[in-house]
Design a protein around this ligand. Structure first.
Ligand code: CP
Length: 324
């Protein structure tokens, strides 16, 4: 990795960053400078030993409220908080909570805010994180709300792009798969609008990137193109961001059946790609990337998930008002 790029980022960015007690609901809540500052902080955290990290948040409590399944986001937030010396309370199944008895999200948050210093929440409903933030006097971090936003995934995606490509500007980036329901691609596309990238959106007609995002990106002067075939863009891109077709979000199961195998990246398909290509994926994968691709130098999705720790630690520290 090129350490200098992080040093060069940090110089103009260290002043006037106020994250203490702030919510993070949408990636649009952050300016370009704030995003770059958080990535720089993540780099600093990564350089710390585990012993140095432990103790930074002793006595602090994070509430982890997962109303929808998760492996990476939930466990990496918990691991991040505990690695900083804090503690985690919460649930990963709403059926074990009083929501099952009919308690509203608003009332749930009014209770949890009294038990924790920061609240991380995933919810199946678009806009649930914003509602929670309106209810809470404690900071809310959106760990994914429906098909809407997943801002901390985007921060770790940007960190992964920066680590592997050495820059965020001027890249060719393809997003492939379920661009209609994929909250990770919605957040990432908006974040990349701060950087002068060419975006290639590859999806079947029924799963195209929603018009509101296309309009916003074009309004910001981004070069955006839409494609149906992954092969049309494979040889051009620096980052191939694969996504799963999200069965759980289809109103009609018959529609899912039509597109569930639409993309499959194989090792053979990677013969004419750029040498610096990195394949990313927010995971979980279903069948869209052959496991044989894992052994190629292009595969980066498991390291990408690992980048969730320094990025989420940096964010929690900033929201808790701890300066590195
Ligand atoms: N990337 C991501 O959000 O994965 P999980 O659903 O497992 O948290």
């Amino acid at each position: 990795m090129n350490n200098n790029l992080f040093i060069s980022l940090s110089v103009p960015l260290i002043f006037n960053m106020h994250f203490k007690d702030r919510d993070l609901i949408s990636i649009n809540d952050l300016s370009k400078e704030e995003i770059l500052f958080l990535l720089d902080q993540a780099k600093k955290v990564e350089a710390f030993s585990h012993a140095k990290r432990f103790g930074l948040l002793q006595g602090k409590i994070m509430a982890s409220l997962f109303f929808e399944p998760s492996t990476r986001t939930r466990l990496s937030f918990s691991s991040s908080m505990e690695g900083l010396g804090g503690r985690v309370i919460g649930f990963d199944d709403e059926k074990t909570t009083s929501v099952k008895k009919g308690e509203s999200l608003f009332d749930t948050i009014k209770m949890v805010e009294q038990y924790a210093d920061v609240i991380v929440m995933r919810h199946p409903r678009d806009g649930a994180a914003r509602l929670a933030a309106e209810a809470s006097s404690k900071p809310i971090i959106n760990a994914g709300d429906g098909a809407n936003q997943h801002p901390t995934q985007t921060l770790l995606d940007l960190f992964s792009i920066l680590k592997t490509q050495g820059k965020l500007e001027g890249l060719n980036i393809a997003m492939v798969g379920d661009l209609k329901y994929g909250r990770t691609v919605h957040s990432l596309a908006m974040a990349l609008s701060h950087f002068d990238c060419n975006l290639f959106f590859v999806a079947p007609p029924m799963l195209r990137m929603p018009k509101q995002y296309l309009d916003e990106l074009r309004r910001k002067g981004m070069t955006v193109s839409e494609h149906e075939k992954m092969e049309d863009v494979l040889g051009k891109v620096d980052v191939l961001y694969m996504t799963r077709i999200q069965q759980e979000r289809f109103p009609d199961p018959a529609d899912y059946e039509k597109v569930k195998h639409v993309y499959r990246l194989t090792r053979k398909g990677l013969t004419n790609v750029k040498p610096n290509l990195k394949i990313m994926h927010p995971l979980p994968r279903i069948n869209e990337i052959s496991t044989l691709v894992d052994e190629t130098p292009y595969a980066y999705y498991f390291q990408q998930a690992g980048n969730g720790i320094p990025v989420r630690q940096a964010l929690i520290l900033q929201i808790m008002g701890v300066q590195l």
